[in-house]
Write a protein that binds this ligand. Structure first.
Ligand code: CIR
Length: 254
């Protein structure tokens, strides 16, 4: 069974962390509708939704991806780079406890799940304002025994690695080269985002279909020309909180 963990939006989302964007008003009711539609898309692609309740004191808690990296054999509870986000972990760890063996990133390491791109047995880890080299070392120690390669990838001008590159099909990545160098992705095929859509690299691959923001039609066309099935979603309100399609769920098999 394929599970998708999500979390209800909190009204305090208006006080979210922001790093690369100026604050804009968020229409809460609209954000909730968009988030529900996103969950419906996950269901259309075979996920059973498990929605945690909102955390009124935790503005960014809807972005569950940042608190854990879930692999087949093990899950790593992260230590988010923004201190305001660290209390988000407790509910997620409690929920994961009976589904995976859990290990946890410890200080001084910091890691956001948005910086971890898993491609087969390789984890590409964004070295960002949120995730550091100590986290890379801890990930290697946890995951090498399971046969995973863990590779640090510097990024620029964006929040997370997955704001610059995500997987869109077997052996194929969608990338914004302004934000990340291609050298580490040798052996994989690359599709560039349309230059007019620099934020278009964040896509959520489920099976052979993509959940992808409606905001990037030119890049969507590039994806469809490669034969990829794209299910658009409108996450324009959560985008104002620097959220994208990967960050609102943790998807895995049990
Ligand atoms: C933050 O700055 O932490 C949130 N406002 C946005 C997090 C988005 N997470 C993600 O893309 N994985």
């Amino acid at each position: 069974m394929r599970l998708a963990l999500t979390r209800e939006l909190s009204r305090s989302i208006v006080d979210c962390e922001l790093s690369f964007m100026a604050r804009e008003p968020i229409d809460f009711e609209r954000a909730v509708r968009q988030h529900r539609r996103y969950e419906e898309r996950l269901e259309e692609l075979g996920c059973q939704i498990q929605r945690l309740s909102a955390e009124p004191e935790l503005p960014d808690a809807v972005f569950v991806e940042d608190c854990a990296v879930v692999l087949d054999e093990i899950a790593v509870i992260t230590r988010p780079g923004a201190p305001s986000r660290r209390p988000e972990r407790a509910a997620i760890a409690a929920w994961l406890e009976d589904k995976r063996r859990l290990v946890a990133i410890k200080a001084p390491a910091t890691l956001d799940g948005g910086d971890v791109l898993v491609v087969d047995r390789t984890l590409f880890v964004g070295m960002s304002e949120r995730s550091n080299a100590a986290a890379l070392d801890q990930l290697k120690a946890f995951l090498s025994p399971y046969g995973y390669n863990v590779i640090g990838v510097p990024i620029r001008h964006c929040l997370h690695l997955k704001s610059s590159v995500t997987q869109v099909a077997a052996g194929l990545l969608l990338i914004n080269r302004e934000r990340v160098d291609t050298g580490d992705f040798r052996g994989l095929d690359l599709i560039d985002v349309d230059p007019a859509e620099p934020d278009g690299a964040n896509a959520l691959l489920l099976g052979r279909a993509l959940i992808y923001p409606g905001a990037f039609p030119r890049t969507r066309q590039r994806l469809e020309e490669r034969g990829i099935r794209v299910l658009p979603v409108d996450l324009s309100e959560l985008a104002k909180a620097e959220g994208g399609v990967t960050c609102c769920s943790l998807v895995f098999e049990i």
